[in-house]
Design a protein around this ligand. Sequence first.
Ligand SMILES: Cc1cc2nc3c(=O)[nH]c(=O)nc-3n(C[C@H](O)[C@H](O)[C@H](O)COP(=O)(O)O)c2cc1C
Length: 170
Amino acid sequence: MRTLILSSSLSVESKSYLLCRKTYKILTEKVDCKLFDARSISLRAFHNETTEGMKKLKQEIKNSDNIIIGMGVHCYSINDSLKIILDNCFEEAEGKFFGILCAAGGEKSYLATQHLSQICMNEWRMIQLPRIVYATTKDFKKDKINSIETENRIKLFAEEFYRIGGKLLN
Ligand SMILES: Cc1cc2nc3c(=O)[nH]c(=O)nc-3n(C[C@H](O)[C@H](O)[C@H](O)COP(=O)(O)O)c2cc1C
């Protein structure tokens, strides 16, 4: 099983990246797992020329069996970099299984992940793992996850993603 973990935040202090990194550490023991950090490429909005990095990401999405998307909440929704990625790089994600790891400032924005679910399900008929990791500022300390509950939720998320993702391939 080839799993792509896509960390979509461009923040230098990205907390959703920390969720992606932790999930990667667990899944890489079991599957062919890649962690793609959107900060490593140049993103250009639709109606501009696609960059080499965006082409590389498109290829990684094509090569993957399933995808885990790390997102940060902006204005109760997905942020700008993720929207650019979805608009430009996701055409080969058709029908793929996916999961969401989300970092937010506070607890009231949990429905923001639904916007990502809607796009993935309506646009590419993707199938979502019915479990989300949603963490807030209080779950982190500097550049580390600082919450046993969040760590346990990531473990559960990774186990379920592995189990269900594997079944969908058979
Ligand atoms: C422009 C902007 C808008 C934000 N809007 C929200 C919001 O609506 N709800 C919320 O809980 N946090 C909000 N936040 C806080 C971010 O979700 C938080 O910083 C999170 O860590 C972002 O993910 P990242 O660190 O991976 O980029 C916002 C932050 C920024 C910069």
